[in-house]
Write a protein that binds this ligand. Structure first.
Ligand code: SAH
Length: 297
């Protein structure tokens, strides 16, 4: 099949008129939240290179790159450095999708402004279908894809990831990048399992509460309130995957890798007020930042 001659409206995908958006009052609230979101921490970081992410960064800080406290360019340099750590996170997620053929389709469930989708297309050359509850985000992502000349490959739609507008068994890989805390995990993984082909790969990068700590800590509760989400435990992830033919082949604790991002972010004018909760909960062991990759069997 010659990919370049296919359009994104092919029969692989149901017509946009059939796509359900927010299905519940809660999902309408989340759609509103993201429709009105314009935090400088996200937009100014994206402005650095045109890839807009709504996830956190991982990796060591390059101290030489950020300059000293007296450096007049320090703020700009710190923002650039924080932004460098965001695609580093997405790269680790994409690494775990394995080999995706350029003729394949990927699904980004909860795609935000679409930064990871652009990266996935650049890496694999394939189609990437994104869904978000927010019209603003979908429009933003589609505009960026058009500006980059890749609108035939990268598409964002207002759609519910519990009802993915993609045919059964048609997807080579799918992921949630910091978007699984908005939904019931059994419902979510049943839907990924439906769209993935057998042998396909699912990856999530997410914050989860640590069963070893006991119950969600006060910091986890604060993060839930801040983002209007419901953080699940690591145990729930593994159980819901096992119940839905998704068999983990990697569970990686990224908590130590994301702490430098939070500590640096906490020193900038971009603070949103939630930084302390992330730093404290990552340090007291109650909240982990994990990557889980699973095979669809
Ligand atoms: N994955 C993106 C965005 C993360 S922000 C990134 O890494 O940059 C969380 C996203 O989840 C938002 O885009 C929000 O619209 C989306 N989301 C939350 N619940 C959803 C649902 N039920 N269906 C589709 N998207 C959802």
């Amino acid at each position: 099949m010659e990919l370049t001659h296919m359009s994104l409206t092919d029969d692989l995908i149901t017509p946009s008129s059939a796509i359900p958006g927010p299905a519940t009052a809660y999902q309408s609230d989340i759609a509103r939240y993201w429709d009105h979101e314009a935090r400088p921490v996200n937009l100014r970081l994206g402005d650095v290179d045109g890839l807009y992410h709504h996830h956190y960064g991982i990796g060591e800080i390059d101290l030489a790159a950020i300059g000293g406290p007296a450096d007049s360019e320090r703020e700009r340099k710190v923002i650039a450095e924080l932004h460098r750590l965001e695609p580093a996170q997405a790269d680790v997620l994409l690494d775990h999708l394995g080999d995706i053929p350029s003729t394949g389709t990927l699904v980004d469930a909860g795609c935000g402004r679409g930064g990871s989708m652009v990266m996935a297309h650049r890496r694999f050359g394939c189609r990437v279908e994104g869904m978000t509850l927010s019209t603003q985000q979908a429009d933003f992502g589609n505009k960026r894809a058009a500006e980059l000349g890749i609108a035939d490959f990268v598409r964002s739609r207002v759609a519910n990831m519990l009802n993915v507008p993609v045919g059964t068994g048609t997807v080579a890989g799918s992921w949630n990048n910091e978007s699984s805390m908005y939904v019931d995990l059994h419902d979510l993984f049943a839907e990924h399992s439906r769209v993935l082909s057998v042998g396909g790969r699912y990856v999530t990068v997410t914050g989860c509460w640590n069963p070893r700590y006991g119950r969600p800590s006060k910091w986890v509760s604060r993060i839930n309130a801040h983002f209007e989400c419901n953080i699940h435990s690591r145990r729930e992830y593994l159980r819901a995957m096992a119940d839905n033919r998704l068999v983990p082949n990697a569970v990686i604790d990224l908590t130590p890798d994301t702490l430098p991002y939070w500590e640096l972010r906490n020193t900038t004018s971009l603070v949103t007020g939630i930084e302390e909760a992330f730093i404290k909960s990552h340090k007291d062991g109650s909240f982990q930042y994990v990557l889980i990759a699973a095979d669809r069997i």
